[in-house]
Design a protein around this ligand. Structure first.
Ligand code: ATP
Ligand code: MG
Length: 484
């Protein structure tokens, strides 16, 4: 990208770049911190103090994982950024500070590169709760997105989801849902296995809501978000004085008494504490950290894993006895790319769900978009599909159209699709001679140009910098299908 000069100082001005830096960074609503390439925290602005509940004094000069114990070299996007030298945008993170407080933020990491070396990382963070409010002050696009976000948020209310909210055309999954209507009522523990975004949270909430426990608490805890040294206190509670700063506090099991506890991403729980968890589940008693008495708890357990559970057992990441205990009902949700029948079905569902809300006429996907969707791998599964559909609808709304076309969908989806097509072509080329391969490349250039111009031959010729007649001739000669 071309460097653009964005700052021009006036020779007579007393304002230094540093003054500007301070004024801007301390008054901006975006949290900003900077670490050097060894992970030491070297900058921390006011908004970040508010967002993370810490002060610059407590933070500066410390190693980042000492301040945020739920991060490590594996899950820290800041270190990923140091490692790859590439920016990471808008990553939604939920993590803990060293006081055990939960932070929920949208984070962007930009590497500071000098002479080809990564010297550090600047992090921009927005509190998820304030994001909605911020958008309001921006332009129309943002305000639309905000409305959608808000609606999504409302849905996150605990008793929102029911089994009917899990939409699918996949026969086996449909059967699973039907079976759940019945077995949810009983007190069996449930293990859900599915990649990210496949709907584990929907099912967990729905199972709770279909049971006699539905008016009692549903406590969801992401196991990946708890630092190991706080695990026991969070699950089982603490007794005042048992360690410095300890208060009389119930753990999640006590809080969930009579209801359901959802142990999300159970496989990120270290193997050792799994034994204590098993005991609590088996015996129905917990003992607070530092406490003397056993407290009876009546809790149904639903757990989720995002890797094949038997492999986890085999790799000793999930205790076998715990696995058997919690998988009295075992549900596997296959990734979206393996249940193609759901891709367009769910797209239609999300369009319908949001069009009234966005005050839009009936909308459909163009056949090109359908084709792209069907071939895209959807690594973020239904969540990704839903976001892409909503995003495309917002882009379409700005034009007041009624068909989602290629230009409305996020660019990375199109690129991924092109890459796949390219791979197919290259493979196809392997047993061709040089001339035939040149023709393939020519065909590809032409198809791409037609694709980009929605089949407009004149425009495509301009893009390719050849005469319209030449292009017309080649389209005919190579029998290129013009998808007008
Ligand atoms: N079958 C489905 N029908 C309708 N909506 C779905 C379906 N599956 C997923 N979703 C939607 O996709 C989003 C992600 O679902 P959910 O949070 O339940 O996934 P998850 O498996 O818990 O993901 P993660 O592992 O990342 O926590 C939600 O907005 C949910 O409403
Ligand atoms: Mg989830």
């Amino acid at each position: 990208m071309k460097e653009i000069k964005r700052y021009k100082s006036n020779k007579n001005s007393l304002i230094s770049k540093e003054d500007l830096f301070d004024i801007i960074f301390n008054n901006i609503y975006v949290g900003i911190d900077i670490i050097d390439n060894r992970g030491n925290m070297i900058y921390y602005n006011k908004a970040m103090e508010e967002l993370e509940g810490l002060s610059a004094e407590e933070v500066l000069g410390n190693f980042v994982f000492d301040v945020f114990p739920s991060f490590n070299y594996e899950n820290s996007t800041m270190f990923k950024c140091i490692e790859t030298g590439k920016p990471i945008y808008d990553n939604i993170q939920s993590y803990l500070n060293n006081k055990g407080e939960q932070i929920y933020a949208m984070v962007t990491n930009i590497p500071i590169v000098k002479d080809g070396e990564v010297e550090g990382v600047v992090e921009f963070a927005l509190d998820m709760d304030t994001i909605g409010n911020l958008y309001k002050t921006f332009n129309r696009w943002y305000s639309l997105k905000d409305t959608v976000f808000k609606k999504e948020k409302e849905k996150k209310g605990v008793d929102f989801y029911n089994l009917q909210d899990f939409k699918t055309k996949n026969i086996e999954l449909k059967r699973t849902i039907e079976r759940l209507e019945d077995v949810s009522k009983y007190d069996y523990n449930v293990l859900l296995f599915g990649e990210t975004g496949t709907g584990k949270e929907i099912l967990a909430q729905s199972i709770h809501n279909a049971s006699y426990r539905k008016n009692k608490p549903f406590i969801a805890q992401n196991c990946a978000a708890i630092p190991e040294n706080l695990l026991e206190s969070i699950f089982f509670g603490t007794v005042k004085g048992s360690f410095t700063g300890a208060e009389n506090k119930p753990g999640l099991f006590e809080l969930a008494d009579g209801g359901t506890i959802f142990l999300d991403e159970l496989n990120s729980l270290p193997i050792h504490p799994q034994a204590k968890l098993l005991r609590a589940i088996e015996e129905g008693y917990v003992r607070r950290v530092g406490g003397q008495e056993d407290i009876k708890v009546d809790v149904r357990v639903i757990a989720s894993v995002n890797k094949e559970p038997l492999n986890l057992v085999y790799e000793k990441k999930l205790r076998e006895d715990l696995f058997y205990r919690i998988s009295q009902i075992y549900i596997e949700i296959p990734p979206l790319r393996t249940r193609k029948e759901d891709i367009l079905y769910l797209s239609g569902h999300f369009i319908k769900e949001n069009s009234e809300f966005l005050d839009m006429k009936p909308i459909k996907l163009s056949s090109k978009v359908e084709d792209i969707f069907m071939n895209y791998p959807w690594m973020g599964n239904v969540r990704e599909l839903k976001n892409v559909v909503i995003q495309s609808m917002i882009n379409l709304k700005l034009e007041d159209g009624n068909e989602i076309e290629v230009r409305h969908i996020p660019k990375h989806i199109i690129n991924e699709n092109k890459k796949r097509k390219m791979k197919k072509i290259l493979k196809y080329n392997e047993d061709k001679n040089y001339e035939e391969r040149i023709i393939e490349v020519e065909k590809k250039l032409i198809s791409e140009a037609l694709y980009m111009t929605d089949g407009n031959v004149s425009e495509a010729a301009r893009l390719l910098k050849i005469k319209r007649q030449t292009l017309q001739y080649k389209i005919k000669k190579y029998e290129i299908e013009n998808v007008e």
